[in-house]
Design a protein around this ligand. Structure first.
Ligand code: ATR
Length: 286
C-alpha cells in the first residue's frame, strides 16, 4: 500500500512574528503555482532561534509531518541565521545576514533575497533602470548592507552610503568599494534614487533631505505607513514608493529558491495593497 505523503513544510521565524505577511504571501504563491506545501509563522524564543529551527527540521518526514524544506528569517534573527547556515550563497555572504534558509541532506544553506527583492521591485514593478543612476543609500545597518551587492550589480554611476554615524557608512563603503559620507554632506550631491534603509521610518524620526534630480525616485523600505522620509521626498518633487513591493519580491525570490517556480507577484502585491489601504481607512474612521 503506498504511504501517504504530506506537503513539504516551510515557515517564517521571528520574534514577534504575528504581524508577518509572509504566511499569506506564500499561501497565495503556492495556490497560484499549484505547489503542495505549508507555510507557518513561528515565534522563536529570543535565546532559542537555532533550537527552534532544528526542531522544525527534526519533526519532518516522520509521523504525519511533511519534510521541512526551508524557512524565512525575520527580525531579530537574521544574523543568527547567518551563523547557523553551514553554506552561504555569495549574496548572503555579502549581506552578512540570512533571510532564507534551505534544508537538505547536505545541511542548511543560507541565502539573502532582500536585495534581489528591492532591485526587482525597482526595475520590474516601478519601471526603473538603475544602470547609470546616482543612488544614495541612507543607513549602514543590516538592512543597508543586505542590498548593496545587488544594487552594485545593476551598474549605477554612483552608490553613495550615508549614515547618522558616518564611521559605519565609511566601513561599509570600504567593504564594497563604494563612496560614503555623513548626513551633513548630502546637500553637496544630487541623486536620482534615494533608498531609506534606516530604521528611522519606524519611529518617524526626521532624516536630512538630500538634493533630488528632476526625475528622482525615493524608496522607503518600511511599508504601510507614510514616513517623514516619504513626506519630505514628495515635498521635494520626487516620486515615492514604500517597501511593500520589496517585501513581496523578496518572498517571490525565496519561493523561487525553494520551489524552482517564479510566482506572478502582481496580483499578490495588489491584494496586499488593497488590504493595507482598507486597514488604514478603517483606522482613520476609528
Ligand atoms: P536594520 O537591521 O534595520 O538595518 P540596524 O542594524 O540597527 O537595523 O540599523 C539601523 C540603521 O538605522 C542605522 O543605520 C541607524 O543609524 P546609526 O548607525 O547612526 O545608529 C539608522 N537609524 C536609526 N534611527 C535613526 C534616526 N532616528 N535617524 C537616523 N538614522 C537612524
Amino acid at each position: 500500500m503506498p504511504t501517504k505523503s504530506y506537503p513539504e513544510r516551510y515557515a517564517v521565524f521571528g520574534n514577534p512574528v504575528s504581524h508577518s505577511l509572509s504566511p499569506k504571501i506564500h499561501a497565495l504563491f503556492a495556490a497560484q503555482t499549484a505547489q503542495d506545501m505549508t507555510y507557518e509563522a513561528i515565534c522563536a524564543p529570543l535565546d532559542g532561534f537555532a533550537d527552534a529551527v532544528n526542531t522544525f527540521i527534526a519533526v519532518g518526514g516522520g509521523g504525519d509531518h511533511g519534510v521541512a524544506r526551508g524557512a524565512n528569517v525575520t527580525v531579530p534573527f537574521k544574523l543568527e541565521a547567518f551563523r547557523l547556515a553551514n553554506d552561504l550563497t555569495p549574496r548572503a555572504a555579502a549581506a552578512g545576514a540570512v533571510n532564507t534558509l534551505s534544508f537538505s541532506r547536505h545541511g542548511i544553506q543560507g541565502d539573502n533575497t532582500d536585495g534581489a527583492g528591492l532591485v526587482r521591485d525597482l526595475t520590474a514593478n516601478l519601471g526603473m533602470s538603475l544602470t547609470g543612476l546616482r543612488i544614495l543609500l541612507l543607513g549602514a545597518g543590516g538592512a543597508a548592507q543586505g542590498v548593496i551587492l545587488p544594487l552594485q550589480e545593476q551598474n549605477p554611476a554612483v552608490l553613495f552610503i550615508a549614515n547618522r554615524t558616518a564611521d559605519k557608512a565609511h566601513r561599509l563603503a570600504d567593504l564594497f568599494g563604494v563612496t560614503s559620507g555623513s548626513f551633513d554632506e548630502l546637500n553637496q550631491h544630487t541623486f536620482d534614487l534615494v533608498i531609506n534603509a534606516t530604521s528611522a521610518g519606524l519611529s518617524d524620526a526626521v532624516l536630512p533631505t538630500p538634493t533630488f534630480s528632476a526625475t528622482a525616485f525615493a524608496y522607503e523600505m518600511v511599508y504601510g505607513v507614510e514616513t517623514s522620509f516619504m513626506r519630505a521626498a514628495r515635498a521635494a518633487g520626487a516620486r515615492v514608493a514604500d517597501g511593500l513591493g520589496m517585501l513581496v519580491e523578496q518572498a517571490a525570490e525565496a519561493f523561487f529558491v525553494w520551489r524552482g517556480v517564479r510566482p506572478d507577484t502582481a496580483p499578490v502585491l495588489a491584494a496586499l495593497r488593497a488590504e493595507l489601504s482598507a486597514d488604514s481607512s478603517r483606522a482613520a474612521q476609528a
